[in-house]
Ligand binder design. Structure first.
Ligand code: GLV
Ligand code: MN
Ligand code: MN
Length: 394
């Protein structure tokens, strides 16, 4: 099946009324994408290996192939109401690149794998790149098993877990293709680019506590309302990040008891913060935390800040990136930095030489239904990926 037929088949899976996707890990929609992937691998005689956490690698190991493996691929899960391209574009392009290599008569001299990492978005269990963190051993099973989703289901309830993953052992390089999550390539008027670095970023839980009370009978001056402390903190976060050029987003909120006619007792808010350096990230998070504490004192509330996951700055491997950026016409694809997180960042931090290819997104929108890549740009991405994989597996 060619790229466009594969894309058509996968497109309806997990799509909801808004046009966005709900492919949270280990839900039926996401499992359907995984079953689809396994079927496409079987049709290509690729051998699928799964680790105890649900991460997959489909191997093309021609007879005699030996040495460090080359891995490509991405993820199939989405954020809540996400776009269809973030993740799946890398997986479908990898399958299409294998087809292209076979059509060219190329036989890899080293094993070539297509990886699918679970819970890249952290949309269910909260930790970004949970699967690749477990696959590389940068997160332990002991700390992952008790992570809970919004309904209280533990990660340990949905995966076998336990044993150490050996899935990426023997992998010598990883090339992830991804939809661009901005408009850099639109301005440069090219369909494909390569990544230079990933901004350091993290997720921080803010637990604001106050006093539950009646919305009518409690005088305004007598309240200890954690919603006000949250609201003030969100405004300050935006002001600080605007001033420093960093990013600060509160995109998720839980209010308890969440009743229209009650002052809340508790507000939990998750801050996603990103910055151009680790020092700048620490500084922006600490400024937001201090502002929250100051405001809590003024409101008679309290706030506790917990770092739930942090991802260091990643600089992609130069030699591999140079290889991946080579165009068939002798030129090179432009290099751009990214503020988004990727499994490629986790593999890179684990010492695996890593590079990324981006495919132009005309809307520049991502993590939302308007995310898009034109079919001809997707095909340019497949060709760039196939060219890279061909050179790397010679
Ligand atoms: C993942 O896409 C992230 O950057 O949050
Ligand atoms: Mn994403
Ligand atoms: Mn992604």
């Amino acid at each position: 099946m060619d790229f466009e037929s594969m894309w058509r088949e996968l497109a309806p899976v997990g799509r909801v009324r808004t046009g966005g996707y709900r492919r949270q890990p280990f839900t039926s929609a996401e499992r359907e994408t995984v079953a689809w992937f396994r079927q496409e691998c079987a049709a290509r005689d690729l051998t699928v290996e799964e680790d105890p956490y649900g991460n997959l690698v489909a191997w093309w190991r021609p007879e005699g192939a030996a040495g460090d493996a080359v891995l490509t691929g991405s993820h199939l899960d989405s954020v809540v109401e996400g776009g269809g391209y973030d993740g799946p574009l890398g997986v479908v392009s990898a399958l299409a690149a294998v087809d292209a290599l076979r059509e060219r008569g190329h036989v890899p001299a080293v094993p070539l794998g297509i990886g699918v990492f679970v819970e890249e978005e952290g949309s269910r269990f909260g930790i970004a790149c949970l699967g690749s963190r477990l696959a590389t051993g940068s997160m332990s099973w002991e700390s992952a098993r008790e992570l809970r989703d919004r309904d209280g289901v533990a990660f340990g309830d949905v995966v076998a877990g336990g044993a150490r993953s050996t899935l990426v052992e023997g992998v010598g390089s990883f090339v992830e293709l991804h939809v661009e999550q901005g408009r850099d390539l639109v301005h440069r008027e090219v369909p494909v680019g390569v990544a230079t670095m990933i901004w350091p970023h993290g997720r921080y839980r803010f637990d604001f506590r106050g006093e539950a009370n009646h919305a009518g009978t409690t005088r305004m001056g007598d309240r200890r309302d954690p919603m006000l402390t949250f609201a003030g903190t969100a405004l300050e976060a935006a002001r600080i990040a605007l001033e420093t050029g960093d990013r600060a987003t509160f995109g998720r909120l839980e209010v308890s008891p969440n009743g229209t006619n009650a002052v809340p007792e508790r507000v939990t808010a998750w801050l996603d913060a990103r910055a151009g350096s680790e020092e700048a990230l620490r500084s922006v998070v600490s400024q937001i935390g201090s502002s929250a504490s100051e405001q809590a004192t003024g409101h008679g509330t309290s706030v506790d800040v917990t770092a739930e996951s942090e991802s260091p700055e990643v600089r992609f491997e130069e030699a591999l990136t140079a290889e991946v950026s080579r165009r068939s016409d002798g030129g090179s694809w432009p290099a751009i930095a990214t503020m988004a997180g990727h499994d490629a960042g986790v593999l890179s931090a684990a010492g695996i030489p890593t590079a990324m290819l981006f495919v132009r997104n005309p809307t520049g929108i991502s993590h939302a239904p308007a995310e898009y890549a034109a079919p001809e740009d997707c095909l340019a991405g497949v060709e760039a990926l196939a060219d890279s994989l061909q050179r790397l597996t010679r």
